[in-house]
Structure formats: C-alpha cells, structure tokens
Ligand binder design. Structure first.
Ligand code: AMP
Length: 507
C-alpha cells in the first residue's frame, strides 16, 4: 500500500471527477480533476527544480486555492511542506530558512527581493512567487509542465510537513509530521465528526496552521466534499455563505465576531450540521450565547502542531462548555504531577499524550526531542488540565487550565490562570480577562489580572479585587488589576501573555 497522504486522500475523491472541490469568494471553481491535474503540474515543477523526496518546500504566501494545490503537490512529490505564517518578517524568516534548508522557497511577489536573498543564502535552489490572484512565477513555470504525475510511494514514517511552533519562549522548533501522523488523524476525525456525503465546508482559516491546513482542508478532501474558500475570515461574508454550507471551523475569536453580527440567527445557520472551535480556549459565555442565537452547540476540540488533534467533544453526545471532550480513538492521554505520578480525576496535572498522530520529534533538535518525550513514549504537551471526576457532570472530559509556563507560583502556591479568569469573567461588566504572574519581591510572582470591560461598563481595581475576595482563597486573588481595551492575540486567537507580562512588569 502506498502510505503517501495524497494517494490515500485522492482515493476518497468523488467518483465524478468533475464534482466541485473548491469554490472561491471570487466565484472561481476547481473540480477534483483540476486538483489532480494542477497538483501534478506543480509536483513536476518541484521535481524539475531538483527536489528529491524528503527535501523541504518553504511557503510564505497569502491563502489561495493555489497555495493548497502547492501543498498537495509537495506531498505528491514526497517532499516536506513547510508553511510559514504570513506575519513573519525578515529576521524570523531568516531563522526558519537557515534551520530547514529548503530546496525551494515560494513567497509573495511583493516579498521576493528581500526573501530571495535569505533563501539563496540558506542554500535554496529556486525561489518562486505566488500571489493571491494566480500571479507569479510559480504558476507560469508550472503551466509548462505535464499535468500527469505518478504520486511518489511513501512509507508511513516519511516526513510530510514541518510546522514551526510559535515559540513565544526560546527558539521556534520545527515539529516533524509524517504521512502516518496526518493520515491517521484525518481518518479518525472523518469518522468521529460524522462527515457525510453532501457536506460542504466553509473554509475561513489560514493555511499556514494545523487548524486550517490539516483539520479543515483534510476534512473536506478526505470526504470528497466541496470547500467554499474564503481568502480571509470576515464575519459578514461567513454569514452570507453559511446557508450554502454544512460545516464550519473557527478559532474562538471568529465565534465572538459572528455573535457581534445581528443577522446571526437560526435561519442563517439552517443548513449547518457542525460548528467546530479550537486553537485557543472558547469562553463558556460564547458557547452559551452561540447556542442561544444559532440553535447550534459548538464542538470544542484540542490539539497542537506537534500532535494534530487529540481530544474532542462528541459529535453524538453532550458537548460541555469549558471542556475539550475525551481522547479521540487511538489517542492515549494522561495527567501527571511534578513527580510524574498519575493524577487522580479532578486534580490538575501536566497533559501527556501518545498515539499514531503524535509527531516524530523536532527538526534537527534531538536533545529537545528527548526532553519532551517520556521514556515510555508520551509527548509532554506543555499544557495543564483536569479530567472530570467520577460522578461529576464532566466525568471523563478534559478541561485545559493553561500552558505550564503560564502557571503562577505565588508564595509557594500554584495558581492556574484559567480558574481565576473564569471567576473574573463572571463579574458584572467584564468582557474577558487574562491572568498572569508578575515578578514580586515577597511572593516570587504576584497574581495579576488584565481585564477588558464591556462597552459602557464601569468597574475599578478595588471593586474587582473586593468581589473576588468573597469567592476565592486570598492567595489566588490578583494583587493588581489592569484595564485594557483589547487583549493582544495572535492570528489563531491565542492571547499573547508574554506581551502582557512585559507591558505590566513592575519597573
Ligand atoms: P498550535 O500548536 O499553534 O496549534 O497551539 C497549540 C496550543 O493551543 C495547545 O498546546 C493549547 O495550549 C492551545 N489550544 C488548542 N486548542 C485549545 C482548546 N480547545 N482550548 C484551550 N487551548 C487550546
């Protein structure tokens, strides 16, 4: 059997090759036959460019169907796809290119002059350009290539992609994902989320991240489903397109923005089967409000670049706000304390995972890879969580309490930011909050809160501290409360606590 991801994916394409695979917001359409032919032309170009299986193709371009085709072509040629966030600038790019040594780099035509310099310095053979509107040298050159290509035969452990982690602390690391990692997860999610004939995915996520590239695109491609492809998330546009779709995937911020649109109601969502959220915690309030307005219960799931998807709320069964559900079939999840002893249900611990979806290690970082795996092969996710205790409403469901590096240790006590954020968010007038630890002479770290008030709401530091004192232990009560208009978030909706720690550090 050819374990090449594309070979497996294309075996799921519809019997009618003329069926629509992608429709863009500009009205262009691509059939499954187009995907096959165009990815063949691009794969031929990669081979003609001197690439061999295992060579890297680094790509920093805006979202477009051609960017997805380039991903498929890279997989078909047995090469390794390296998507790069479009927000990265010259110094960051220089690091990734030097580290990954791609044979081919594809960038936006606007960035060619500076990016090609870094790429050639890092040893790239070719730098092609790809713009949002089918412009650039990549397609010009691929247009001259044959539209037939025999997909390379790959072994399950051959590399398919390298995803660089956002690296808020230390050097960014390249997570190496194999054909088997991606294939196993795609097939698991296809069954678990009940993908059906006739499903249509409204695709509004970026393509440089695990969520948009793997979870969303693979979902549709492995189901032979049509994707309505939006170049960018735009709440009004999503709402206009929803009535032609059945599945939507987003980060929590997308749901908050959809709720800000008065036209979000049951009628707008009448054709929908599934709304999925992930990549950052979904506030219980958003979950409840979305249910009330749309009649749909958002399915929250949890995963990461290194592991693709790990846990999910059920498709059939109760979806619980504030939880990420249960381990997906084939995924083992355990919680351990500082001494690596298993935590009983109900106790917060470090989340460790093992399964066919878990990556092979960090690119050219054997030491780091060894540190992040236990001797029995579990990956230390760096997240902390709590499994619902027997008899509790969330029995067997995992709740994420935050990254272990965000854990606050104040006067020797552990404080999990998520617990305090939940209390603060429930106070009248509060929109949302982020709890961080700031250096403190006596306590080591002082619990501190950064709060966004609802429009027109009034609350001050004293009132918030006073309200919390009556509900939580004193050591958990923030020593300081700061107010901001908006929390800093990255493109995947994650609150950037390092920015807040810097901004509010005592001088
Ligand atoms: P990334 O590798 O960029 O996908 O980031 C993965 C990280 O996002 C995880 O380690 C979690 O910290 C966070 N994350 C993903 N999904 C969720 C979720 N549903 N709830 C809370 N945090 C999440």
């Amino acid at each position: 059997m050819n374990s090449n991801l594309y070979a497996q994916m294309s075996s799921c394409f519809p019997a009618d090759p003329g069926a629509c695979a992608i429709e863009t917001d500009q009205g262009s359409t691509y059939s499954f036959a187009d995907l096959e032919r165009a990815s063949a032309m691009l794969a031929n170009l990669l081979v003609q460019s001197g690439l061999k299986p295992g060579d890297r193709v680094a790509v920093q371009v805006e979202k477009s169907p051609e960017a997805l085709l380039l991903y498929l072509a890279t997989i078909r040629a047995g090469c390794v796809f390296l998507p790069l966030n479009t927000a990265y600038r010259e110094t960051e790019l220089g690091y990734f290119l030097k580290d990954a040594e791609p044979g081919v780099v594809v960038c936006d035509p606007r960035d060619f002059s500076w990016l090609s310099r870094s790429a050639f310095l890092a040893g790239a053979r070719h730098v092609y350009t790809l713009g949002e509107h089918q412009n650039g040298s990549l397609l010009e050159r691929a247009g001259l290539c044959s539209d037939r290509f025999e997909t390379v035969s790959s072994s399950p452990n051959d590399l398919a992609a390298i995803l660089y982690t956002s690296g808020t602390t230390g050097k960014s690391k390249g997570a190496m994902l194999s054909h088997q990692n991606l294939l196993s997860n795609a097939l698991t999610l296809k069954a678990f989320w009940g993908w059906q004939p006739g499903d249509v995915l409204l695709h509004a996520l970026p393509l440089f991240h695990v969520h948009g590239l793997f979870v969303a695109s693979h979902g549709a491609l492995f189901n032979g489903s049509k994707m309505i492809f939006l170049a960018k998330f735009d709440a009004a546009r999503v709402l206009r397109e929803l009535s032609r779709a059945t599945v939507f995937m987003g980060v929590p911020t997308y749901y908050v923005r959809l709720l800000a649109e008065p036209v979000l109601d049951r009628k707008a969502c009448r054709t929908m089967r599934l709304f999925v959220s992930g990549s950052a915690p979904l506030l219980a309030e958003t979950f409840v409000e979305f249910q009330r307005r749309s009649g749909h219960t958002i399915l929250e799931r949890y995963g990461m670049s290194e592991t693709v998807m790990l846990l999910s709320n059920p498709y059939d069964g109760p979806r619980l706000a504030g939880t990420v559900g249960k381990p997906l079939p084939g995924v083992e999840v355990r919680l351990v304390d500082e001494a690596s002893t298993l935590c009983p249900p109900g106790q917060v611990g470090h989340i460790q995972v093992r399964g066919p979806n878990v990556f092979a290690g960090y690119w050219r970082m054997p030491e780091k890879t060894r540190e992040e795996f236990t001797t029995d092969g579990f990956f230390k996710t760096g997240d902390m969580g709590r499994m619902g205790a027997p008899g509790a409403i969330d029995e067997g469901y995992l709740s994420i309490v935050g990254r272990s590096k965000d854990l606050i240790i104040t006067g020797g006590y552990n404080v999990y930011p998520k617990e305090i954020e939940d209390y603060i968010d429930a106070l009248p007038g509060v929109g949302e909050s982020a709890v961080i630890g700031l250096p403190h002479a006596d306590f080591g770290e002082a619990v501190s809160a950064v709060v966004v008030l609802r429009p027109g709401a009034q609350a001050d530091e004293k009132a918030i501290i006073g309200a919390l004192k009556s509900s939580i232990a004193n050591f958990k009560v923030p020593k300081r409360v700061f107010f901001v208009d908006e929390l800093p978030r990255n493109t995947m909706g994650k609150v950037q606590k390092s920015i807040l720690r810097e901004r509010f550090a005592p001088t």
